[in-house]
Design a protein around this ligand. Sequence first.
Ligand SMILES: Cc1ncc(COP(=O)(O)O)c(C=O)c1O
Length: 390
Amino acid sequence: MKLQTRLLHLPKPDLPFNSLSGPIHRGTTITFDTVEEFSKRSKVYYDGYAYGLYAHPASKALCAAIAELEAGTRAVLTPSGMSALTLTNLSVLKTGDEMLLPCSAYGPARSEANAFLEPLGIRTVTYDPRQSIAPHLTSKTKLVWVESPGSFGMEIQDVPEIVAAAHAAGAEVASDGTWASPLGFRALDHGVDYAIQALSKHINGHSDVLMGSVAVKSENRYRRLRDCMRSLGLGVSPDDCFLTLRGLATLGARLKQQEETALVLAKWLAARPEVSAVLHPALPDDPGHAIWKRDFTSSGSLFSILLEPGPAENLAAFLEDMRVFRIGASWGGLHSLLAPADMQAMRGNSWTDTRPLVRLNAGLEDVADLLADLEEGLHRYKSGSRAAAE
Ligand SMILES: Cc1ncc(COP(=O)(O)O)c(C=O)c1O
């Protein structure tokens, strides 16, 4: 059976309630029939039900689906994408270790390195996402992060090459693969050890659940993640798992449509005089295009544009007066979004381009309405005029 079919026919718990939708069992306390089963409850921590925080039928169903989607054997769920990144760091790194992080990584992951990991004695070395990591590897490097493409700058990374260099130096590799979802890039198939998703984006896909996942192929890594989760008290709610499973069923259809719309917008924007450059790896002249074509099977919904220089008021007139697009950061949902980025503030010295950058998320609206909205917006950007009141 094809993946899309299996996503609609996930295994159900063995209950005499034969519905098409999945379970929501709320519960904290798990009860046991015998003293012996009760006293051994910690033994079922990794697989069974010991406490509502650790697992429930909906979280088990979602873990199994994510593991399969990522081509892994096991997956864990966390209360956000950000906590999936932190959990991975804490389950791998200890005092004295070094981590490599691309300067293009999701902003809060870079802040975490300085504000949280450094005081724990874990050093982060930042690297250029398009350069070899070899000069940065030392005997202390224990974890190398990839995020392809990078947040806002859309830099594609050569993941197999990075994996080979990291493994040769004895380091593990973690990938934040949220941009393409596992339908567009299966990190574990490219040799990565930890495949992270912010499920809050494409996989739930409706901008109403915060959740993250880490998928692995090794039982040891799974157990280390679970041990760390137990210490941190991390768990996810049955309702959120139910909603995420519901989102998962339509992931293929949504991604296909949103990818198509994003490409129409990107090509149209590339021909506009107000737009200086379009950062989208599926466009043939993008610097990451050849690697994207080799490794990816989707180009997702998210890309960026660099505008010709213009006053800040004109940018505000463009973005604030849109009819369909909304200004917002958390992408991958059904709605089209625009997010202006202060790249110097976000990336520091590693971003020297001063052209205004705006990131777009293509939603499920009719593409003709999105193009008309952008056309009017770019006119406002050029002229500084505001939209006429309705
Ligand atoms: C690439 C990427 N990774 C991780 C995250 C964090 O996910 P969450 O918002 O669920 O914490 C985000 C959020 O914007 C993201 O864009």
